[in-house]
Design a protein around this ligand. Structure first.
Ligand code: HEC
Length: 241
């Protein structure tokens, strides 16, 4: 019995926050109904991420239809090279090149918000910090020693690490300070990163948008059905009483 109680108490520890080592994620607060945010995210993704990361389970025309991007805009601003609207969103980088340049291939990101989480991706893009010991001069709070350069550094600027006090051994960062030298201010950068995260969350499960639209119809139908059923019930029973 004592053992049982001890096991129970131990199993509670993580919920109480005792076992939560590692950095906390920040809430991304994305809104998948916000089409402008998703469109912005798609635009940023094409400009800043697609050079290294593909979205190979997504097709251009499916994305355009879901996000309300018309055919002309799709062809003019999104399709690059000889890509066609029906093509999957792959890029020209070969995995072996990625491996040569960064030591690891840059993963396909269609499902990244599913294997990590939207909050994780949002926090990852916000927590690059200066670290001269790394090949690209940056490190990351969520993904220590990540092989990815800080590709948004010209927009965010560079943030200094906040080092944990009283450390022994190799010093580790426990936070990042305010970034300096970027073209965007902190609020603008947050909004941009939120849009990219929203877009990637949509890409990980495109039917989410459809489900919401269908959900409204289902509720309307249930409402109407209730009224009809109720009036029928009244009609059937009125002579019984
Ligand atoms: C110059 C190439 C390059 C560009 C551009 C780039 N990345 Fe990366 N990214 C990488 C590499 C390489 C990795 C693998 C890191 C590792 O495994 O250490 C990576 C990893 C990631 C991961 C973590 C994936 C995981 O392992 O869970 C995310 C999320 C990510 N990138 C998002 C983005 C976003 C969003 C953009 C655009 C703003 C972007 N990347 C632009 C090279 C790039």
């Amino acid at each position: 019995m004592k053992k049982l109680i001890a096991a129970f108490a131990l199993s509670l520890l993580p919920t109480l926050g005792f076992a939560s080592a590692g950095p906390q994620t920040l809430p991304a607060n994305i809104d998948l109904r916000d089409q402008a945010s998703l469109q912005n995210g798609a635009k940023y993704f094409m400009n800043y991420c697609m050079g290294c990361h593909s979205l190979k389970y997504m097709r251009y025309n499916r994305m355009a239809a879901d996000l309300g991007i018309d055919d002309i805009t799709l062809r003019k601003t999104i399709l690059v090279g000889d890509a066609k609207p029906g093509d999957p969103m792959t890029n020209a980088m070969r995995p072996e090149d990625g491996e040569k340049w960064f030591g690891v291939p840059s993963p396909d990101l269609t499902l990244v918000t599913r294997w990590r989480s939207p909050d994780w991706v949002y926090t990852y893009l916000k927590t690059f910090y200066a670290d001269p010991t790394r090949p690209y001069g940056v490190n990351n709070l969520m993904f220590p020693s990540t092989a990815m350069p800080h590709v948004l550094a010209d927009l965010q600027g560079l943030a200094p690490p906040v080092m944990a006090a009283h450390q022994t051994g190799t010093p580790v960062a426990e936070g990042v300070g305010p970034a300096v030298g970027g073209k965007l201010n902190a609020a603008q950068y947050d909004a941009m990163v939120r849009d990219i995260t929203a877009f990637l969350t949509y890409a990980g499960e495109p039917v989410q948008l459809e489900r919401r639209r269908l959900g409204v119809f289902v509720l309307l139908f249930l409402g109407l059905f209730f009224i009809v059923a109720y009036s029928m019930k009244k009609e059937f029973w009125k002579d019984v009483h």
